[in-house]
Ligand binder design. Sequence first.
Ligand SMILES: [Zn+2]
Length: 485
Amino acid sequence: MSEKTELSPGRTEGSLATSCRRLIARTLTRTLALTLSGAMTASLAMTGLSSPLQAQGAKIPLVRDAETEELLRDYARPIFKAAGIDQGQVEIILVNDKDFNAFVPDARRMFINIGVIMDAQTPGEVIGVIAHESGHIAGRHLVRLREALANAQIMSVIGMVLGAGAVVAGASQGAGGIDGSGAAMALSAGSIGQRSLLAYQRGEEAAADKAALKYLEMTGQSARGMLKTFERFADQQLVASKYTDPYALSHPMARERYASLEAAAAKSKYFDKPAPPALQARHDMVRAKLIAFSSHPNAVARVYPSSDTSLPAQYARAIAAMQSRGRGALKDIDALIKQQPDNPHFHELKGQTLLESGKPREAIPSFQRALALRPDEGQFHIWLGYALVGANDKSLLPEAERVLRAGLVRDPNSGIGYSQLAIALGRQGKQAEADVATAQGLSMSGDFEGARRYAARAQKNLKPGSPAWLQADDIVAYKPPKLGR
Ligand SMILES: [Zn+2]
C-alpha cells in the first residue's frame, strides 16, 4: 500500500527548507502513487514521517480512522475490564498493513494491523486476538521485549505515536503545510517486527490462550472466532516461513496447543452465541471501508460487485469511487447519507471527499454535521479545523484555531492537527504560538532538533511563564534518547 509507494525518508534536519522540500516531495509522491495505483492512499492511508531513526530501522505505518478506532475500542473495552487492565491504560493503535499481525510492545499500547479486521468475517475473530494479546499484557509476558527495547533506548520512540486526521491531495491546499499527515514510528533495527523480540515462550502462549478464554467467558462471548483465527496459524507451522503471517511467527501455535484450546473453548455455554447484530453490522462496515481504502478499485469491485446492494457494499463502492473519481463519488455518498442520516462517518466521508477535491469551504457543513453527531471525536474537530483553514477566509481563522485546539486536547497524536493549527495561528499574526504548534508536531514526529529550534524561537517572543512559553520550554528541555548501539 502507501508505505511502499511513498517517499523514502529523508534525514530529518527540521529546517524550514528541508520541511518544505519534504512536503513537496511527499505531495508529489502521493500524486504519483495516486496516478499509478488508482488512488489507494488518499485518506486512510498514512505514511511515515521521517525521523532520525529511520536510517536504522523499519517504519511502522500507522493510520487513523475514527470509525475503525471506535469499533476496536468497543471490542476491547469489556475484554480489558475482564483482564483487570485499567480503562485508558492501553491505547489501541491501527497499523496500515494488510498482513495479519497484532502486538503489544509494552503494557500501554496494542498495535493491530488493518489486515486483522480485513480478514475477519465476524467481530469474534478480532476480539479473540484482542483477548489473547490482553492475556499477554495481564500476564506480563513482555519482559524480554521491554529489556531489549530498554537496551536500545528506544522506548521513547515507541512513545511517539503520530497521528493525523487526514491526508489531503496537496494541490487543493497549495503550500498550506500539508505534512502528509504522516504517521509512523521508527524503530531501531526493525526490532519490533522481529520474532526474536516479539516471540513469546510456549508457556506464555498457553497462558495467554487460557486467559483469553477466561475473558471471553466473563464477557459472555464465544471463542469460536478466536479459534477460527488461530486455526490458520496452526496450519502455518507446516509451511515455509516466508508465507507465514507475522502473527504466526511471534505467536507460535503448535497443533497440540490448538487442539487443547479448541477442546476448552467448546465447553463454554457461549460457544454458539453469535455476535450482537449491531456489532456485526458495524464490523461489516469497517471491513468494507478498510478494503475499499486499501485496495485497487478493481479489487473492490470484485469483493463488492454492483449486484451486492448491502450497505457495506455501497460503502465500499462509494469509497472506491472517491478514490478514483473524487467528487464523482458524491452521488454515492449522498445515497448512503439518505439511508443513515445520523451516521457521522458518512458525513465525514463527504467532507473528506470535498476537502480532497479542493472544496474546503463546501466540506465545512459535512464536518460540522459529523461533529454534532459525535461531539467528542477529536478527529472530527481536526477535520473541521482543516476545512476552516483551507477555506482561506480570515474571518474563519479564530474558529479554526478553537476547533483545532479542542481536537488536539482530545487527540494529541494528530500531526495534521498541529500543522493546521500552526497555519491558523500564523495567519492571525500569532507567529510565536504558531512556532509552538509546529514544534509540538515536529516533536511528535521524532524530529526533536527541529522541534527545539522552533520552540526556542517561540520562547523569545512569548511571555515567560505563559502557557505557550511553558509548552515551548518542555520541548527545549527535552533530551531525546541516544541510540547506543
Ligand atoms: Zn500470543
